[in-house]
Structures are given as C-alpha cells and as structure tokens.
Design a binder for this molecule. Structure first.
Ligand SMILES: Nc1ncnc2c1ncn2[C@@H]1O[C@H](COP(=O)(O)OP(=O)(O)OP(=O)(O)O)[C@@H](O)[C@H]1O
Ligand SMILES: O=P(O)(O)OC[C@H]1O[C@](O)(CO)[C@@H](O)[C@@H]1O
Ligand SMILES: [Mg+2]
Length: 342
C-alpha cells in the first residue's frame, strides 16, 4: 500500500512526531510506502512531493514544526481543485491520504472523503478545539510554555505592584487560557466563550489592591472580546483566508484598565513562542499514538475517519462528526475558575 501524508494549517509541536510514527508503522508493520506532500493542500494541488522512509524521519520525534511544511490555500481554490488533487493522488498511486491538521484541514479532508478519496485524518492544534477528541497534541506543550512564562511574570508584577496581562493563543476557544491560568495561579482569566465586562474586570483589579494584594495576573485569550457596550475593541477585519485579524485585546483592555483603576498595567503577548520548539513528553506520546492508529486505520479500510483520544484509548471518529462544530470551553469549566478569581 502507498500512503500520502500532509500537514495543514498552523504548525504545532508534535506534527513531526506523527509523520515519523506513520512512516515507521507503515514501513515496518505493513511494508508500505509513504509519500509526503509539501506545504499542506498546496503541495497536493501543485504535485510537490517528497518520499519518506525510515531514514528520512530519523530525529523527528523531538523536533517542533513540520518538515513537510504547511501553507494556507483559500477554501474556494481548494474546493475548485478536488478533481486535480484526485488526479495527483491517482498518478502517484496513493491508496490512502493522511492529512494532519486543524478544523480547516479536516474540513477539506472530509470534502475529499465525500468525493471518494480514502482519507484518515489526524487532529492537531495547540488550541485544543477539535471536537470528538479529548485532546490534541500541541496543547500540552503550549500550556506548559505559557505556564512557565506566567510564573515568571508573577515576581516582576509583585515587585512593582502592577497589573500584568498575558495574551495567549486561542482563536475561538479559551482552553490554553483556562489551563495556563489555573496552572500558574492567575487572578483573572478571559476566554472567547464568555465576553467580558470591563467594569467587572476593573472591580476585580481594584478589589485585590484594596485587600492589600501586591499584584494582578490576568490571562487573556487572543480571541476574548468585550460584551457589547462594555468597551470598544478595534476591528481588524478578515484576512485573505477568511480568518479574523486580531488587534490585541489584552493591550486594549490594559489601556482601559489603567484609565479606570489608575494602576500600572503591562501587557505581554506570548504569540508564536507557544507553538515553537520541542513537544512535551505527553504530546510526543499522543502524536506517536495518533500516527500509529491512523496507519492501522488506513490499512484496515477505516476511511472517512479521524483518530481521537477518548479517555486513555485512541479511537476513530467520523470526520463528519469531528468537523460539525468546534470544542469550546463549557461554562462549567469556566465556573471552576471562580474560586481562584480576584
Ligand atoms: N471550509 C473549507 N472548505 C475547504 N477547504 C478548507 C475549508 N476550511 C479550510 N480549508 C482548507 O484547509 C486549510 C487549512 O485550514 P486552516 O488554515 O483553518 O488551518 P487548520 O487546519 O484549521 O489549522 P489552524 O489550527 O492553524 O487553524 C486552508 O488553508 C484551506 O485550504
Ligand atoms: O499566525 P498564524 O500561523 O496564521 O496562526 C495563528 C493561529 O493559529 C493558532 O496557533 C492555532 O489555531 C491559533 O491559536 C492562532 O490564532
Ligand atoms: Mg483553522
């Protein structure tokens, strides 16, 4: 059998570990071949490939990013290119395609599957917002990095009696903010799922200083936004791929808080540092198990599915179900932060 593999969307620690796992499992368990497509769907559309054998994936377990590269393609271009991609896959004799990516990549995988291409998806994202799987690899690494950074901000904040706002990634879902906030003892956590009221945030800040506390650490997901009428937030519009451009919610909230409370506020935007470097051991194991089980599914004819972590086991979930909605932070999980807020 010949497998095709590609990585789509933003990079994520653990992508290389999945590639290595698929190649090793396919070649050593099944005597199959693996062909890599470069730069996500773009490489498949443009027929840019790289053969992958065990030697080619040596050392990939610990390396961040993706050696196959990743690029975004406008969904309209991708929709119009389905026949072309089918032609490229047939020309290379690819029996099953294994796309590794977030909800966009998996949506495209579902379209190809509906068009008759045997596909087994692998979910990735530091945001942890893919439905149908308990976790995605990359999330644990991102939370670990964010936690270490927030730990460091506590000491400088208390030295200057400041409010320190930390903006973490999380476009539609606040999982990174929630977990890093709990792990690092944040006094305030703002997520996209629950629009914030700046007056309430200012009250929390003032309450801490009134009680004699030295500082405030607030974790703000990049996709967090104020309740209508609460405070203005600049609109960055959409980029060419239809993604909302962020305008720095933490910075804008910080300026508003300084005005309202008279306290000094500093803002740190963690950005892509959360996505860089080597995956944690947890993510290496999850990525390796995803790659192994995707390879098994591909050889057993379980197509149109995505590998998923359910409890401690790796299971298969229909792609249609996985892409139907995003997995956002439920209110009960945000309510758990209540005891630690303020
Ligand atoms: N609705 C869609 N229809 C067809 N193709 C799509 C669709 N959404 C996304 N894609 C394709 O999948 C690619 C990857 O999607 P996207 O850029 O959203 O990354 P992702 O896989 O969701 O990862 P990330 O977590 O970085 O967002 C897009 O560039 C586009 O080519
Ligand atoms: O800067 P890029 O690569 O376009 O992507 C940024 C986005 O990708 C993610 O890292 C993963 O979805 C988001 O948290 C973030 O908004
Ligand atoms: Mg996406």
């Amino acid at each position: 059998m010949r497998l095709g593999i590609l990585t789509g969307g933003g990079d994520c620690p653990g992508l290389n570990a999945v590639i290595r796992s698929v190649v090793r499992a396919a070649t050593t368990h099944y005597g199959s071949e693996v062909l890599g497509f470069r730069d996500g769907w773009r490489g498949l559309l443009e027929d840019r490939t790289t053969p992958l054998d065990v030697a080619a994936v040596d050392g990939l377990l610990t390396r961040g990013g993706t050696t196959l590269g990743s690029a975004r393609v406008a969904p309209e271009t991708l929709n119009a290119g389905i026949a072309q991609m089918k032609g490229v896959l047939a020309a290379h004799g690819v029996d099953v395609l294994v796309p590794i990516g977030g909800e966009g990549t998996l949506t495209a995988a579902h379209l190809l599957s509906q068009a008759g291409v045997p596909v087994v998806g692998v979910p990735k994202t530091i945001d942890n917002d893919i439905d149908g799987t308990d976790l995605t690899f990359g999330f644990d690494t991102a939370v670990s990095i964010a936690t270490e950074m927030i730990d460091r901000l506590h000491t400088t904040a208390e030295s200057h009696q400041r409010v320190l706002l930390v903006e973490v990634m999380g476009r539609h879902a606040g999982w990174i903010a929630l977990h890093a906030g709990l792990a690092a003892g944040a006094h305030l956590t703002l997520v996209p799922e629950e629009p914030f009221d700046v007056a309430e945030v200012a009250k929390i800040v003032e309450g801490r200083f009134d009680r004699g506390d030295t500082h405030v650490i607030g974790v703000v997901a990049e996709g967090a936004h104020p309740r209508p009428g609460s405070m203005p937030l600049r609109d960055g519009g959409l980029d060419e791929f239809g993604h909302r451009r962020f305008t720095g919610v933490a910075q804008q909230l910080g300026e508003e808080l300084e005005r309202r409370t008279g306290k000094e506020v500093r803002t740190t935007v963690l950005g892509h540092v959360q996505r860089g470097g080597t995956p944690t051991s947890f993510d290496r194991v999850l990525a390796t198990r995803f790659g192994l089980h995707a390879t098994i599914a591909a050889h057993e004819g379980a197509h149109g599915q995505m590998v998923a972590l359910r409890g401690t086991e790796i299971e298969l979930v229909p792609l249609a179900r996985a892409v139907a909605k995003l997995k956002t932070v439920p209110p009960r999980r945000m309510a758990e932060t209540g005891a630690f807020t303020g």
